[in-house]
Structures are given as structure tokens and as C-alpha cells.
Design a protein. Structure first.
Length: 354
């Protein structure tokens, strides 16, 4: 029988599995079976319950470091980002990754490099030193990226970006199908005179426009060259582009639908319409892209938009990584494209009849 000096008391340090064994009146091996997932077939349900009750009474939790050493895993995933953690636009990617990892009893250790390649390399090296089980590299906007040094030394997945050398798996938005969905919505509401506002020559701009034109072409509709107005990705660009398309044009000569590069551009287009005395969607319909959190739903009118699957990208990247960790096999360096659904609010309506 254990003496008084063996009894764990509050403040005497972290309770151990041997403390649990003494309180439950079982062997240390029995406690190990319960917390290492080997109790079934070795211990009766009553004994398992007694051990769990003793652990709860003592506040005992298995030592994750010791367990990681036994399994040669740490149950920690590294997440290196260029600037996601320091901006409000893609927080859903982080939440999707962290919650999916948590559901599988993994933690996510996040490092934001601020877009500095040297910091990215240092972050990867530090995560490798900490024996993380794998690393996700995520970018703020869809682009081709230099793979940080050291990333090939562990299981790795890219999110919202593509490796320049094609060497790693990537999870990205299906931008082209998102553009098709935007065009399809305008076509279904009767619009045939449509224009594109915002964007540059980046991957997202190119693919969204390609998809938009795909859907229009299938209905025999084309976008005049002068109605593709590339003015960047900010509110000012949307305002400038929409004014260029709408100001001074007769009702029958101006576009009835504007497809905007993102929600900030769409906000500028809404402002331009108001400045010109046009109603949305009565005179002109406006559709954005991103479904930007804390913004799109609160514009006037609430913005119809194509959602970027930030949360789904975080979830999918973690699942790919966990599969690789579990099997010990690196995932093939393929690109997985996730759907960009239309969020239908109030800024898109039927084509004007006047």
C-alpha cells in the first residue's frame, strides 16, 4: 500500500501515470494501455473507467513530449505564411487548418514571415528543429512561389499558391470555374452587356477572366475589349474603372452587369454607381469575388460575390498532410482545385428593361 509520502497533492508537481496507477489500484502498465489506445482486449471496461476517473481526479494528462518520442511524432504541424496572419483577408484559412488539426489531436504552430524569403527559410529550419510532423506553406494571394529552403525535408503541402518547380502538392481555388459561375449568374438574370473591372495580369485575374469568357462564349456573348478595364485590386481602382464604363454612356450603350476582380473593387464600383445616380441592381448589377469577411455582406446593397474557399483550403491542406504523416508516404505533387461558390445577395438583379 502506498505511503502518505507517495500520494500526489495539489502543488506537488505534474501528476504522473504512476500517481494514477496508485490511486486506481492498478499497474503502471494498465494506465499506459488506457492512454496509448491499447486497453481494448487487455483491460475490462470497469478497470478502464476506474483509471480514467483517477486521472480526472488528479488532473493527469499524458506527457505529449514523451508520447511523441515513443511514436516518433510530435502531433504538431508547422504553418508558414507570407502575410496571412498579419492581414484580415484570409483568417478563415488559418481557422480551417487549426480546427481540422485539432480534431485530429494536432496543434498548428504558425509563423508569419511578412513576405521575407530569409525569414521563411529560417522559420522552416526552426520548425524542423522542433520536430514538427509536417509543414504547410500558405500564401495570401494565388501565385507561384519559391519553395522555402528545407521544405522538402519533411511532409509538406502548399495552400493558395503553386510551387515554381512543381515539386510539392498544392491546394488552390478553382478560379476559372469561379469566373464561369459569375458569368452564369449574370446570364441567368438576362444580362448580355457585361464588363470586367479590376485586376492585373496575375494568375487569379487571368483565370477568372478566362472562365467568365468561357460561359459567355457558350451563349454567343462576347466582352468588348474596351469593357475589360484592368485597374488593380483596390476600392479606388473599382471606382475609376466603373466610372470609365458608365459615366456619360446612354442606357442602351453601357454594360448592365459588372464582374469585379474582388470585393474591394466591387465596393468602388458601387460608389461610382451612386456618384452617377445609378441604382444597384436596378440600373446596373455588380458581382464581386472573395466574399471578404466583415465587408461583402455589409455593403449597400449587400454584395453578391464568388467566395474564395479559404477555410476549405486550410482544411484540405491539413488533411493531405495528416494522410502523408499517417502513411509515411509523401503525397504526389498534384494540384487540387477547390470550388468557388456564388454567394447570392442583393447587388445582382434582372437586366434593366429600360
Amino acid at each position: 500500500m502506498a505511503g502518505a509520502q507517495d500520494k500526489h497533492t495539489p502543488g506537488s508537481g505534474r501528476p504522473t501515470s504512476r500517481d494514477v496507477a496508485r490511486l486506481a489500484g492498478v499497474s503502471h502498465t494498465a494506465v499506459s494501455f488506457v492512454f496509448n489506445g491499447r486497453a481494448e482486449g487487455n483491460l475490462s471496461p470497469a478497470t478502464q473507467e476506474r483509471i480514467r476517473q483517477a486521472a480526472a481526479e488528479l488532473g493527469y494528462r499524458p506527457d505529449p513530449v514523451a508520447r511523441g518520442l515513443r511514436r516518433r511524432r510530435t502531433a504538431v504541424i508547422g504553418l508558414v505564411t507570407d502575410e496571412i496572419a498579419s492581414t484580415p483577408f484570409a483568417g478563415r484559412l488559418l481557422r480551417g487548418a487549426m480546427e481540422t488539426a485539432w480534431d485530429s489531436e494536432h496543434l498548428v504552430l504558425t509563423v508569419d514571415s511578412g513576405g521575407d524569403p530569409a525569414k521563411e527559410d529560417a522559420a522552416v529550419a526552426e520548425l524542423l528543429d522542433r520536430r514538427v510532423d509536417g509543414i504547410i506553406y500558405a500564401a495570401m494571394s494565388l501565385r507561384r512561389v519559391r519553395v522555402p529552403e528545407g521544405l522538402h525535408r519533411t511532409h509538406s503541402v502548399l495552400a493558395n499558391c503553386l510551387p515554381e518547380d512543381g515539386s510539392l502538392p498544392a491546394v488552390i481555388p478553382a478560379e476559372r470555374s469561379g469566373g464561369r459561375a459569375a458569368a452564369r449568374l449574370l446570364l441567368d438574370r438576362g444580362h448580355r452587356r457585361v464588363a470586367v473591372v479590376g485586376g492585373e495580369r496575375d494568375i487569379a485575374s487571368v483565370e477568372r477572366l478566362q472562365g467568365f469568357r468561357d460561359a459567355l462564349r457558350a451563349e454567343g456573348v462576347t466582352v468588348p475589349r474596351e469593357w475589360v478595364v484592368r485597374t488593380g485590386g483596390e476600392i479606388s481602382g473599382g471606382y475609376e474603372g466603373a466610372l470609365r464604363l458608365l459615366d456619360g454612356a446612354a442606357p442602351g450603350q453601357r454594360p448592365t452587369g459588372l464582374f469585379c476582380y474582388n470585393d474591394r473593387v466591387a465596393a468602388g464600383a458601387l460608389h461610382a454607381a451612386t456618384r452617377l445616380g445609378l441604382t444597384v441592381p436596378g440600373d446596373v448589377s455588380v458581382i464581386g469575388y472573395d466574399d471578404q469577411e466583415h465587408m461583402a455582406a455589409f455593403l449597400s446593397p449587400p454584395l453578391t460575390t464568388v467566395a474564395l474557399p479559404h477555410r476549405a483550403m486550410g482544411e484540405a491542406a491539413v488533411r493531405l498532410l495528416l494522410d502523408a504523416i499517417g502513411t509515411g508516404r509523401a503525397p504526389s505533387p498534384t494540384v487540387r482545385r477547390l470550388a468557388c461558390p456564388v454567394i447570392d445577395r442583393e447587388s445582382v438583379g434582372p437586366v434593366p428593361t429600360r
